[in-house]
Design a protein around this ligand. Structure first.
Ligand SMILES: C[S@@+](CC[C@H](N)C(=O)[O-])C[C@H]1O[C@@H](n2cnc3c(N)ncnc32)[C@H](O)[C@@H]1O
Length: 254
C-alpha cells in the first residue's frame, strides 16, 4: 500500500469525533482535500505542544474567521525568503530541507495535528529556528495569510491523490489553487510538487503547464531554493512497491 492509502481511507466520510474544532466543522460544509483524523497526542508531545505552539504555531482559522495576513519578519524575527509547504505530514522533508537551507524561513501547513506535533517535537529537540507551523487548510493560508509576490517557493509533496473519479474535485492541485500559488509566488519563485501517483502526476503537470504565470523548469536550473528532498517513510514504501516518483517544478515568470 502506498503512503496515501495509509494516511487516508477512501469510502464514506468518517469524521473523527472528540478532537474537532469549529474550523474542522466548518470544513465539513465544503469540499476540501483532506478529512479530519483523530489527533490524540502522547503526554510528551502534548507537553512540547503546550510549551512551543504559542510561539511557533498558528491556526489558519478561528471558527469562520480566517487568520489575518502573516507578518513573517516579526514571527521569524528576521527578514528572509519564505517557503510555504502545504500538507507537511509528520514533517520529515520539512525538517531536513529547513536544516539544509538555514537562510530560508519555512512555513509548514498541515491539518493533521499529530503530524504537526511530531514535527514540533523534532524542531524542539534539534533547536531548529527557521520553521513555523500553521494548522489548517493550505488554501486558506494562501488566500488570507500571504499576499501577492510574497513566497519564494511553494512545496507540495505527496498530496493525497484522491484516486476515485468522483473524488477528483477534492485534489489540492486544481487550476484555482495553482493560480493562487502563482499569484503568491514572487517572480522567479518556484512551485515544487512530487507525487508517486501516475495519474495525479499527469493532472498536476497539465494544470501547472496551463497556468500562464508558470514556466516548467528542470531541477538543474538556477533556482532560488533547493529541490533536493529526503526520502520519506511513505515514499520509501512507495519505492519499495515500485511506484515511480514524479517531481514537477515551475518557476513564476519575471
Ligand atoms: C499523503 S500525505 C503526505 C505528507 C508529507 N508531505 C509526506 O510526503 O510524507 C498528505 C498530507 O496532506 C495533508 N493535507 C491534505 N490537504 C491539505 C490541505 N488543504 N491543507 C493542509 N494539509 C493538507 C493531509 O492531512 C496529509 O497529511
Amino acid at each position: 500500500m502506498s503512503h496515501h492509502g495509509r494516511m487516508h481511507q477512501s469510502g464514506p466520510d468518517v469524521a473523527a469525533s472528540g478532537s474537532e474544532t469549529p474550523a474542522d466543522r466548518h470544513h465539513h460544509r465544503r469540499v476540501t482535500s483532506f478529512r479530519t483524523r483523530r489527533s490524540t497526542l502522547s503526554p510528551a508531545q502534548q507537553a512540547t505542544w503546550d510549551r512551543r505552539w504559542p510561539e511557533i504555531g498558528m491556526h489558519a482559522r478561528d471558527g469562520d474567521v480566517p487568520a489575518p495576513r502573516l507578518d513573517t519578519a516579526t514571527w521569524f524575527g528576521r527578514s528572509a525568503p519564505v517557503v510555504l509547504e502545504i500538507g507537511c505530514g509528520t514533517g520529515t522533508s520539512t525538517l531536513a530541507m529547513a536544516k539544509a537551507e538555514p537562510h530560508l524561513d519555512v512555513v509548514a501547513v498541515e491539518v493533521y495535528r499529530r503530524g504537526l506535533a511530531q514535527l514540533l517535537s523534532a524542531i524542539d529537540r534539534e533547536n531548529v529556528t527557521n520553521i513555523r507551523l500553521v494548522r489548517g487548510d493550505g488554501v486558506d493560508v494562501l488566500q488570507h495569510m500571504f499576499g501577492p509576490d510574497s513566497l519564494t517557493a511553494v512545496r507540495v509533496f505527496f498530496p493525497d491523490p484522491w484516486p476515485k473519479a468522483r473524488h477528483h474535485k477534492r485534489r489540492l492541485l486544481q487550476p484555482e489553487t495553482v493560480a493562487l500559488i502563482a499569484d503568491r509566488l514572487r517572480p522567479g519563485g518556484v512551485l515544487h510538487a512530487a507525487t508517486d501517483h501516475a495519474q495525479y502526476a499527469e493532472h498536476i503537470a497539465e494544470v501547472g503547464d496551463a497556468e500562464p504565470r508558470l514556466r516548467r523548469v528542470g531541477p538543474d536550473g538556477d533556482l532560488p531554493v533547493s529541490v533536493q528532498r529526503p526520502v520519506t517513510k511513505y515514499e520509501g514504501k512507495a519505492q519499495h512497491v515500485g511506484s515511480a516518483v514524479t517531481e514537477l517544478l515551475w518557476e513564476k515568470a519575471s
